[in-house]
Design a protein around this ligand. Structure first.
Ligand code: CP
Ligand code: NVA
Length: 305
């Protein structure tokens, strides 16, 4: 594994290795601290969009492994505006040992990887959020002990988070069942990628337009914002298209009695998810947020150590 850009271009074995390493690093950290395996290493973090979790979990992850991180926010580099993406990649990769980038156009993070001398990690693009989805698999594994055979239902927008969660489920032998309003399905090429991985691992991707059908007998009910970063102008239209796609107590009755509720955050309480679901005993949303750090340390260890 040279870069970490999307889960379609990783093997299932690579993802299983990252999961096992994340579990070991988390236990080590809880036991008093991680070994300084990234001593002297620096991660450059390029953000075209805002962030709480991604920024802080990568920076703390680097620190916990003995390294450091440099934050380059939306107004600093001017990726593709002040300077071309290949030139940014050439220059930045001569200073740092790894790059994490959060971009709009997924092609930009691919271009960065092509022109970078050091590994590039996708910290969210308009198409994918692979660090989120793999960290979420860690959370589901901690909850249920194993992943194979579980059913995850995604309710809402078939966007970047849904795409990566679909691919993650396909890799780990879980059924992925999604309900979206018409017109908000996962992109066709990403659906095909997920279906190809699912077929290899003996599982399926189901698509619905009614949340109740997607959630039937699910072990995990997952949602994301209805209005992603960059879609703010569509907020009004989306609110009316998605109003029947809220994760609430009524919808959860269709899932298994043991089902847990997940959200990548930031959440828009009262829109895609109720306070009752976010704060209730079945919520795993804050465990998800913490696990971003542990899972990303595994990625950093494999790519930068
Ligand atoms: N879930 C997630 O990536 O959060 P941030 O946008 O705060 O990084
Ligand atoms: N789909 C959301 C995820 C945020 C972590 C977005 O792209 O804004």
């Amino acid at each position: 594994m040279k870069h970490f850009l999307d889960l379609a271009n990783c093997t299932t074995a690579e993802l299983q290795d990252l999961m096992e390493l994340a579990l070991r690093l988390k236990a080590e950290w809880r036991g008093g601290g991680n070994a300084a395996i990234l001593h002297g290493k620096t991660l450059g973090m390029v953000f075209q969009k805002p962030s709480l979790r991604t920024r802080v979990s990568f920076e703390m992850g680097m620190k916990q492994l003995g390294g450091s991180a440099i934050m380059l926010g939306p107004n600093e580099i001017g990726l593709g505006v002040r300077e071309s993406v290949p030139d940014v990649a050439r220059v930045l990769s001569s200073y740092v040992h790894g790059i994490m980038a959060r971009v709009y156009d997924h092609a930009d993070v691919v271009t960065m990887a092509r022109h970078s001398r050091v590994p590039v990690i996708n910290g969210l693009s308009d198409d994918y959020h692979p660090c989120q989805a793999l960290a979420d698999m860690l959370t589901v594994r901690e909850q249920f002990g194993a992943l194979n055979g579980l059913k995850l239902a995604f309710v809402g927008d078939g966007n970047n988070v849904a795409a990566s969660v679909a691919l993650a489920c396909a890799h780990f032998g879980m059924t992925f069942s999604i309900a979206t309003p018409e017109g908000y399905e996962m992109k066709a090429h990403i659906r095909e990628q997920a279906q190809a991985v699912a077929a290899r691992n003996g599982t399926i991707i189901e698509m619905h337009t009614r949340p109740q059908l997607a959630v039937a007998a699910a072990d995990v009910v997952y949602t994301d914002t209805w209005v992603s970063m960059g879609q703010e102008a569509e907020a009004g239209e989306r609110a009316s298209e998605f109003h029947a796609f809220q994760v609430n107590a009524d919808l959860l009755r269709a899932a298994k009695p043991t089902a847990v509720v997940m959200h990548c955050l930031p959440a828009h309480r009262g829109d895609e998810i109720t306070d009752e679901m976010m704060d209730g005993p079945r919520s795993r949303v804050f465990e998800q947020a913490e696990n971003r750090m542990h899972l990303q340390k595994a990625i950093l260890a494999r790519l930068l150590a």
